[in-house]
Design a protein around this ligand. Structure first.
Ligand code: RB5
Length: 143
């Protein structure tokens, strides 16, 4: 898959690790910054990633900030983005099976590197269940 990845300064170190992991798993990774721990505004990075997903140029996005909260709030403003803030294996799996999440958000200050790696592996490897869940996510466009 083609995957856009981004973080603010609060998620920079985790983003660097996840970028390597995603590439090692055989995906194309487009790193849209940030590129250091210098302070940046997370909505600016969310926009860079989500515009790619929204337009269909990238199939998935991964966004990381300190908590993951700001990134997920910003990402869900984009029409075709379904962003999920995941903290563990269960939320990672369910965000794909039930919600067909196309953007994964994580908080570097909340979860450890090992949990984050598991979340990414599960999130990239889990298919949407469809069925009754499809009708539910289609209702997002009524909002
Ligand atoms: C930056 O200090 C922090 O506010 C940001 O990374 C994120 O946690 C916002 O939701």
């Amino acid at each position: 898959m083609k995957i856009a990845i981004g973080s603010d300064h609060g998620g920079f170190h985790l983003k660097e690790m996840i970028r390597v992991l995603v590439a090692d798993l055989g995906h194309g990774v487009h790193d849209l910054g940030c590129h250091s721990v210098q302070s940046v505004d997370y909505p600016d990075i969310a926009r860079l990633v989500c515009e790619q997903v929204d337009a269909g140029a990238m199939e998935r996005g991964i966004l990381i900030c300190g908590t993951g909260i700001g990134m997920s709030m910003a990402a869900n403003r984009y029409r075709h983005v379904r962003a999920a803030l995941c903290h563990d294996h269960y939320t990672a799996r369910m965000s794909r099976e039930h919600n067909d999440a196309n953007v994964l958000c994580m908080g570097e200050r909340v979860i450890g590197m090992g949990v984050a790696e598991d979340i990414v592996r599960i999130w990239l490897g889990t298919e949407f269940s469809g069925g009754r869940h499809l009708g539910r996510i289609e209702k997002f466009s009524q909002c």
